[in-house]
Ligand binder design. Structure first.
Ligand SMILES: [Zn+2]
Length: 296
């Protein structure tokens, strides 16, 4: 059978549960996972399949086999990043670097399996990034007729520069209105949800923030692993920061107070929002969502 998630590769069913509605699948691209039967049929977009496949694969070193039910699938689709071509190319360079035992070592690329590691949709896309890295002199194809590469010195330097701009992966950038009425929502709803999951909450000081995106904000967003964007009160700066993060492939969790949901901007209404009535509800929902998808 073909894998229910990526549909590209030949997976096989290892076993099904007693009730027959959960199967354990092994796929060369996605890895081993369990899921409720039939839930991936609703995934129409190739990109969504690629995102789910990449996420499952990223969990391959977890001690427990991951299990995806409909609720988890919805949450994943809500928050998993859509990396742009630039980020996927860097993921590929990082992958080659990780496999390099020492500078100059020859590294093999396995097209069927490595697609998921760079969040690519198909092996053609992976080949495209490889060719582009060769073209820019970051890697060299060692043999004409084998998929073996080595990273060049300029590739190592490029990666070092990129990684030093990335931070430690623990920060969450919070974009929201600075009106005094929402301060306790941050203090009692958003901040504890982030911190309870082991991340550090970063919010720009209100007086520092003048509704424009400056160099400090840009660098703090770039350093963040994900963003919480609460669009309550519909401030343009919040949309701008969230759009910036989205373009960088940083996952954005959208939130809005229920009485303001109808005012959510047309362009972002397509994304699911955490809809909350009070700060306790926001804290609870946000804690759950961060826990499910950011536990890398
Ligand atoms: Zn698969």
């Amino acid at each position: 059978m073909s894998c229910p998630v990526c549909r590209e590769t030949l997976g096989h069913v290892l076993n099904t549960s007693d009730h027959g509605n959960v199967s354990r699948i092994s796929c060369p691209r996605c890895g081993v996972f369990e899921s409720s039967d039939g839930i991936f049929r609703s995934l129409k977009k190739l990109e969504d399949r690629a995102r789910i496949s990449a996420w499952i694969r990223s969990k391959e070193s977890d001690p427990d086999v991951i299990c995806i039910d409909q609720k988890k699938l919805d949450e994943l689709l809500l928050i998993l990043p859509s990396y742009d071509f630039h980020t996927k190319r860097i993921l590929l360079l990082e992958l080659i670097f990780k496999r390099t035992g020492y500078p100059g070592a020859i590294v093999e690329i396995n097209f069927a399996g490595d697609v998921a590691l760079v969040w690519a949709s198909k092996s053609d896309e992976l080949k495209y990034y490889l060719a582009s890295l060769v073209e820019d002199g970051f890697i060299t194809k060692v043999f004409e007729h084998a998929d073996k590469y080595k990273i060049n010195f300029s590739g190592l330097e490029y990666l070092k520069k990129y990684q030093s701009s990335k931070g430690d992966g623990k920060q969450c950038f919070v974009a929201m209105s600075f009106s005094p009425g929402l301060l306790s929502v941050y203090e009692n709803g958003i901040k504890p949800a982030i911190e309870d999951n082991g991340f550090i909450s970063y919010r720009v000081d209100a007086d520092q923030h003048v509704d424009r995106i400056d160099a400090k904000i840009v660098s703090e967003i770039k350093k963040s692993k994900f963003m919480v964007a609460d669009v309550t009160e519909q401030k343009s700066g919040v949309y701008y920061e969230a759009g910036f993060a989205h373009g960088l492939g940083i996952p954005v969790i959208w939130c809005v107070r229920d009485d303001d949901l109808k005012n959510v901007h047309f362009d972002t209404r397509q994304y699911n929002h955490i809809v909350w009535k009070n700060e306790d509800e926001l804290r609870e929902k946000l804690t759950d969502l961060i826990n499910v998808v950011m536990d890398v």
